[in-house]
Design a binder for this molecule. Sequence first.
Ligand code: GLP
Length: 243
Amino acid sequence: MTIYKTKDYEDMSKKAATIIFAQIITKPNCVLGLATGSSPIGTYQHLIDWYQKGDLDFSHVTSINLDEYKGLGAANEQSYRYFMDTHLFNHVNIDKTRTFVPNGLEPDADKACHEYNQIIAREGRIDLQLLGLGHNGHIGFNEPDTFFEKETHCVDLTESTIEANKRFFASEEEVPKQAYTMGIKTIMQARKIVVIVSGADKADILHKVLYGPITSTVPASVLQLHNDVIIVADEAALSKCDL
Ligand code: GLP
């Protein structure tokens, strides 16, 4: 595991974007595993800037997103499909038909998850998986006590996740209580994993993820077992780690 300590969010975003830049340059038809949340917004902005300057070409890139709220579709501003469109896809030359997000509008969870697993199997191994970190150690929407062996599945969101994500909704009641998420097994199969973490509120959980026991109560701790993980975290997020 490599840990890059950055000055702040902006510095973190630029370093993470540089790693993705290198991935696209070295393998133009790569499969990127992408994430939502506040953490990757700056990273995506750098990628957009470099695309607009003519330095990056997304035309052969495939993207597979981690998760989607059950019940929300592309037209809903809180959906992760909408997030990806507005924060990245609409601003670069990626082929939208090659951008995949679980189908939140499919009410049959088994069907939605099975279809997503088929897409992942068809598109091949993810070359680079970008991850944020939830306050309870979740990655994607793999909440504490998720089995590490899972592929795409439907999850009941925990109170702490609903609480953390309510800032994006008009009220807590509007936050969906379930989501479809890529499982830990699939995440761990990615060739390279880049985790971005910013802010003092993530310091405790980041310390547990990096130095605590590998346990399903802290899902991201499983990343200690992956052979190519890069943590890009700012000073505040790393303030509990002796680096
Ligand atoms: C959500 C997403 C995760 C994300 C996490 C952290 O729960 N499903 O993929 O990593 O939030 O979000 P943020 O980056 O806003 O702290």
